[in-house]
Design a protein. Sequence first.
Length: 459
Amino acid sequence: MTEEKTPFDPKRVAALTEQQQEIFRNRTGKSAEAFQRAEKVMPGGVPSSFQVNEPWPVYLRRGVGSQVWDVDGNEYTDFHNGFGVMAIGHANPVVGEAVKKRIDEGTHFAAPTEGSITVAAELARRFGLPQWRFTNSGTESTMDAVHLARGATGRDILLKIEGSYHGHHDSVMVSVYPPLEALGDRDDPVSVPEGKGTPEALNELTRAVPFNDADALASVFEKIGDRVAGLIMEPSMMNINIIPPKDGYLERVRELTEQYGIKLIFDEVKTGATISAGGATARFGVTPDMITLAKATCGGYPGGAIGMSQELADLIEADEVKQYGTFNGNPLVMAAAEATLLDVLTDEAYEELEAKNRKLLDGCREIIDRYGLPAYTEGMGAKGCVVFSPERLYEYRDYLTKVNEELSTLAWLYHMNHGIFMTPGVEEEWTLSIAHSDQDLQNYLDAFEAFARDVTTGD
């Protein structure tokens, strides 16, 4: 980052935003028509509230490799990649062939197949935990992990990190995006329910703590550590741009949880198959009691997994803690996961993703410095982002107070209007795939430079 940042005229930013919104509306007329039909049969016109966007979401029709096409026929280079899932690229032929072959041999038995053995063995090799069970989503994975932590400890309270999302089951729908004034003191935070529908009694069983602050965590443990079953956390926050752990933070978290007999859960739904072959666990060298994974591990198919220590696995095997799911280990998903892990996302693929991401991060940083943007870059593996803040973020409270929402929104519009498909929202990042080419990276940089030039000089 540069030491001095160019001041921005709010009127200019607002005018550019209005201009780009008009371009967006004109480019996506058929998406608008689809939205009108969808509103009649789906709340908000979308299958998931994560897909809501103003003035309407872009409805996609197909994707191949690094490209996607919307219902208007617009072609985009995809840096959204299914909310960070499709590191293998769209319509990957290796994974597609494996799934097509499996279709001809039966798609559901509610009985184990050999594919589940192969996938579990590979996950054990990559992540260092000996035992694995399968689920159908990240939400199911984290739900099972919380249940197992409570069953293993006989305790009820769950700790999570402020500003983190771990799926939409009741235990973790707390302090996901709370307002700053509701958070309370750092060493005694207030847990804020995420919307209606969760009983107050369950909200009281989930407490939130700041990320990257081992002292605040220790303070909470001193007060209630003997009642805490588990701490669930992203080892690198991926829900509010990207916030990596400070040096020594994860190691201290591991020490504290062991000291108080608390089960440590790494939610690696976003990091597990994207930032290294062994996810954040391997990248940062800290092994938790449980790891949760989801669709990126399964090549974009609706699957997930939970890895665990032998001690925890013994509780499931003894049927003391229940872990169910009719579609767990579904043969289609296992075929996709086996091809993804063994044939596509190899060690060489991760080296390639790291190199591509470094090139994109360096290119964005050069543009930031040249135009004096109040921003910096962050990334690892296939994940990266431009954070529109003049200061580095270390936790959710920083995100609320330092990120320029207007610039973030305007940058998203510029990318979309320049053929770069990006995740809507202030807080999201890009995900690269093995299909992204040097030209794809340049397309992104060209769009980002157009934004930087217009917002600073207007030339």
